[in-house]
Design a protein around this ligand. Structure first.
Ligand code: NI
Ligand code: MN
Length: 223
């Protein structure tokens, strides 16, 4: 499966027969190298209602006739703006044509300017024979141990920006609990307030059985 980093917390996952985008913050994203109109996907997964995650979800949904997938409240908001959607909630999983999505907890907020979108979440995605965990915006939480125990995670996408989410120290602890094969940091360096050196994460993971990859916006990797 191909994993393409668009920037911030936005990734496109592409298997042989499907592709999805997560947290499609593109237009207002100073690091994004594509336009919403360039995105061709089968589904749009959104972790929470903050504008740096919800981003261009509604526009991409309309253009692709693809569902927004997320919590009940957030998806209802997107539907009210003309998107199509599939409402879920934390702890629930569903088999979609492209693969399976399960919503996890995330410790964060979620409301936007004109929206009350309920709780934020993370995603466990089974697609193309791989398991990807996108943590969303969250602080460290000990249930990551359980997530790691019950899911053989091929790739963990973890925020490291600090201030609004986990910083590097807690991301190192998260990797210890999740035990993924591979980790890619996200949610850093988009704005000054979340400036981080991802090489410090690499140093903190020395000796642990994990591959850490740093992708620059626009870069992709194969897992
Ligand atoms: Ni947020
Ligand atoms: Mn954020």
């Amino acid at each position: 499966m191909k994993v393409r980093f668009i920037g911030h917390s936005c990734f496109i996952l592409e298997s042989n027969n499907a592709s999805i985008i997560i947290d499609p913050f593109i237009k207002g994203n100073p690091s994004a190298t594509i336009k919403p109109a360039d995105v061709k996907v089968d589904a749009i997964l959104v972790t929470h209602g903050h504008s740096d995650h919800l981003g261009d979800a509604v526009e991409i949904s309309k253009r692709n006739n693809a569902p927004v997938i997320g919590t009940f409240e957030l998806v209802n908001y997107c539907i009210s703006k003309g998107a199509t959607g599939h409402q879920m909630h934390i702890g629930g999983g569903h088999d979609f044509p492209f693969g399976r999505v399960k919503l996890t907890i995330a410790h964060h907020g979620s409301s936007g300017e004109d929206i009350q979108p309920g709780a934020p979440c993370g995603f466990i995605i089974n697609m193309g024979g791989k398991t990807v965990y996108h943590a969303g915006d969250t602080g460290l939480f000990s249930d990551m141990e359980l997530i790691g125990e019950t899911n053989p995670i091929d790739l963990a996408l973890l925020p490291i920006g600090d201030n609004f989410t986990m910083g590097i120290e807690d991301a190192i602890l998260a990797v210890g609990m999740l035990r993924p094969k591979r980790v890619i940091p996200m949610h850093y360096n988009t704005f000054d307030l979340i400036r981080q050196d991802p090489e410090l994460l690499r140093k903190g993971l020395v000796g642990k059985d994990v591959i850490m990859e740093v992708l620059r916006p626009g870069e992709e990797t194969e897992i």
